[in-house]
Design a protein around this ligand. Structure first.
Ligand code: TYD
Length: 132
């Protein structure tokens, strides 16, 4: 996982940020989705991917990313429209503490594939230890 600070172009009309491969993010985008209208207290995620890599940012509002790479947990609060997190494969993630009206943007290097999900935490720990 890696924090990526994106360009922020500021002028009197407001701010503009962007990302493109390979200058800001390390993969070509195959899919984009976003998470919004999350009820207070709900937790998203709760899985890892066998192959998929993602880049997540809080376009609006804030939330916490709770990441586990099989060895240690890292909690990152995202609350800036120009700062995102690259998450490599085999990282367990939960997204918590969504603020009202928060908007999480996620881009992935793979199309949606349920077979790429690891939804069992013990299976994730086993796979991540095997891959070392
Ligand atoms: P899921 O990945 O479990 O959501 P989260 O990671 O936010 O907890 O996906 C929720 C549902 O949406 C699940 O039925 C699969 C479906 N889905 C798609 O059809 N396409 C997609 O690109 C994504 C991310 C999910």
């Amino acid at each position: 996982m890696k924090k990526i600070e994106l360009p922020k172009i500021q002028d009197s009309r407001g701010n503009l940020s962007f990302f493109e491969y390979p200058n800001q993010i390390p993969f070509e985008i195959e899919r984009t989705y976003w998470i919004y209208d999350v009820p207070n207290g709900e937790i998203r995620g709760g899985h890892a991917f066998k192959e998929q890599q993602e880049f997540i940012l809080a376009l609006s509002g804030s939330f916490d990313l709770v990441l586990h790479d099989g060895k240690k947990e890292t909690i990152i609060s995202l609350n800036r429209s120009h700062v995102g997190i690259f998450i490599s494969k085999l990282v367990w993630r939960e997204i918590r503490n969504f603020s009202t009206n928060s908007l999480a943007l996620v881009v992935s290097d793979k199309k949606y594939d349920e077979n790429d999900y690891i939804r069992d935490y013990n299976k994730f720990l086993k796979l991540s230890n095997e891959s070392i």
